[in-house]
Design a binder for this molecule. Sequence first.
Ligand code: RP5
Ligand code: MG
Ligand code: MG
Length: 270
Amino acid sequence: MLTHFKCRAGFYPRSNIERDDVPDNKVSWDTEFKKYNPPTYTSPTIKGKPWADPDIAKPDFKPKWNNLDGYVNRMSHTGNYKILNGFPLNPVGRTGITGRGVLGRWGPNHAADPVVTRWKPDHSNRQILQFIAIKRSDTREWALPGGMVDPGEKVAATAIREFQEEALNTLEASEAEKESLKEKFNNFFSGGIEIYSGYVDDPRNTDNAWMETVAYNFHDNEGSIVGELKLNAGDDAVGVCWVDITSDLKLYASHKDIVDSVLARHITPN
Ligand code: RP5
Ligand code: MG
Ligand code: MG
């Protein structure tokens, strides 16, 4: 059964709010947990942001839970989530904190993750698969260069846009540079394969707001295309590089599981 670890321990990111302790066997909402007394936290930094929902108590805020709500997708990849006393409930279970923390949306917050891969150069027999990782500025952990789906944006387009912003720093590129990137890599980026869609065990998740993603693999089997990519960390990334996919690799949220699914697709068992 799906569970979560990274969003149910210690202090909530960028706050001094400590999560209530949720033992492994009390994560599920179906298990009674009388002692459960989570603090409520919604970060003041998201107040009034155009990408954030208003306060849930606001009388004119009438979200269409489990539906496409205008351009905002409030559907979950996990199926219909429950609403309790007007609040959407995390589909995996308790996190030790209520409110929506630093997340913009109540309920699911949709992201997309690009997994750009190649075989490690100078290694015979295609033994080691590498992917492009970024270092996140918030937690300093290595991660996929993913980001939030803009309202109305196609998820596959988000994955490509976020890759270009975070791993190639196109936010600071000239129009001519962007045009040349488009010409060279259009084919490569149109060949993405969906690897995963679902819940992310993100440290920002709460009982009422959580991350979900769709991850796509863009694989350069001959290694002839991606060598041309000029890696340059941008937006919310402070580092970028090719990383070997190994068993002891540690990544942000549940990105290691996603990267492992990509590896499983490319490695044929001997
Ligand atoms: C993760 O957060 C997703 O898998 C995606 O990589 C990321 C999106 O959030 P930001 O990078 O925009 O903070 O849960
Ligand atoms: Mg981004
Ligand atoms: Mg990001």
